[in-house]
Structure formats: structure tokens, C-alpha cells
Design a protein around this ligand. Structure first.
Ligand code: MG
Length: 253
């Protein structure tokens, strides 16, 4: 069941999301070669608690950290570790969220670690672009499949793969609500977009084949072929007019 949010609920979500948005903007300054993925998680936890909010992911389904930090061939749900040291040329996806007065925000970006290859820079860019291609269809009366289809088209036209096993979702009083938001699909299918729907849309893409497997830690998804992956996610609201992006400050970040 898709739960539509009231104006007040949306404003509460926007407060939660404002802290998430600010972290995403500051993270490029934080991420440097030589730091561990755990260092990123500690920075995120401190930031969230300093703002009087709760980390959305810590303890969720037993997840042990505040941020999912996924490096290179890791697609999502990387568990931060003191032993995983970032090196020049890596790409690192940071997925995080906050809870404020019972309402969730959820967003992700992939960041370069120092200087990265042109191909991986393009991968990161196409993940972001595909989100905005989908966003064009986030209008009342459209179908969710219109969004999914636009994302898939953009990613595949760039020669990259769309991850199938993980999808976006509704978000609000819970981190994961209906509907599921696949990053692939048929235009004209799926639920009708309605004002008050709050969605986390999150293309996950890779340079190779989209098949993934989960590591023995039961969380971290990696590409089967070892190709590198990028992730771009925002929490947004369907309105009477333009979609409202909650986890994005002015301009693209
Ligand atoms: Mg999400």
C-alpha cells in the first residue's frame, strides 16, 4: 500500500533530508586517499547526532553502521571497516539517511578518491544523469514505469548496466515503503504518480554486466564480473507541479 504524506509530514521529512543533503555536499572534502571506510561512517554518525537526529541505517535489519560505504565493485550495502583503506583511483559510494521525529530521509552519491579514470568518472556522471532523466517523469498522472524506463534508457545508451537486484522505494515513516522503484521497466506500467508520494529513487549502475552476488557478511552486494559500480539517490516528493527534491541543496551535488 502506498502511503501519501500530508503537508506537515512532508515538512518533517524535509527537515530530516536537509541534514542528509548537507552531508552529501560536504563529503567530497572529507574523502581522501588513506582513510578507512569506517572513518567515513564515524564522520556521518557524528554529523547526524550533532544535528539531533538519528541515523536511519544503524541497526536497520541488523546493519551495523550509519552509512553504507561501498568501494569499486561493491554496489551497495558495504559495511564500513577500519581495514578497508581508500586508495587514489577508487570510487566510493556513500548511502546514508536520517530520522527526524519518526520520518526518514535516504540518499546516496558515488565519490572519486583522488584522481580516477575517465571511464569511472563517466560512470559516476551517468548514474547522476539517469536519476535526472527519471525525474523528468516524476509528475502526477505519469506511471512509475515511465520513470524506470527513462533511467534504464539513459544508462544503457551510455553502454553501462542497470543493477536489477536492488531498487528504489517509497520512504516516509519507514525507510522502505511501497512502491518499489526499479531502475528498469516499461513505460506506461506501474502505479500512477500522485501528489504526496514520497520516493527514494536510486539508480545503481555498473560498467559491465548487472549480475550481483552478496558477500559472506550477508550484506555487501558486488558485481559478479568485478566491474565497478556507481549509485545516485535522492528522496523526493510528487507534487501538483514539479517534483520536490528533499535531499538536494540548490544545484546538483
Ligand atoms: Mg534507498
Amino acid at each position: 500500500m502506498i502511503v501519501l504524506k500530508s503537508k506537515d509530514e512532508i515538512e518533517t521529512m524535509a527537515k530530516a533530508a536537509s541534514v542528509t543533503a548537507q552531508m552529501l555536499v560536504e563529503l567530497p572534502e572529507v574523502i581522501v586517499p588513506g582513510m578507512s571506510t569506517r572513518d567515513i561512517d564515524e564522520w556521518v554518525e557524528h554529523y547526524i547526532r550533532k544535528h539531533g537526529m538519528k541515523p536511519a541505517f544503524k541497526g536497520y535489519g541488523g546493519f551495523p553502521a550509519c552509512a553504507c560505504v561501498s568501494v569499486n565493485e561493491e554496489v551497495v550495502h558495504g559495511i564500513p571497516s577500519k581495514r578497508r583503506i581508500l586508495r587514489e583511483g577508487d570510487i566510493v559510494s556513500v548511502d546514508l539517511g536520517t530520522i527526524y521525529e519518526g520520518y526518514y530521509s535516504d540518499a546516496a552519491r558515488t565519490y572519486p578518491v583522488g584522481k580516477i579514470s575517465d571511464e569511472h568518472a563517466r560512470l559516476i556522471r551517468v548514474a547522476e544523469e539517469s536519476f535526472f532523466e527519471g525525474l523528468k517523469y516524476c509528475r502526477k498522472g505519469n506511471r512509475l514505469g515511465d520513470v524506470s524506463h527513462a533511467i534504464q534508457q539513459h544508462v544503457e545508451a551510455a553502454g553501462f548496466g542497470v543493477i536489477r537486484d536492488y531498487v528504489g522505494h517509497g520512504v516516509g515513516r519507514n525507510l522502505h515503503e511501497d512502491p518499489q522503484v526499479p531502475n528498469y521497466g516499461k513505460a506506461g506500467h506501474g502505479p500512477v504518480l500522485t501528489p504526496g508520494m514520497t520516493l527514494a529513487i536510486e539508480p545503481m549502475i555498473c560498467t559491465g554486466n548487472y549480475d550481483v552476488r552478496v558477500l559472506s557478511n550477508d550484506w555487501t552486494a558486488v558485481t559478479v564480473d568485478g566491474s565497478w559500480a556507481a549509485h545516485y539517490e535522492n528522496t523526493l516528493v510528487i507534487t501538483e507541479d514539479e517534483p520536490r527534491l528533499l535531499t538536494l541543496l540548490d544545484g546538483r551535488q
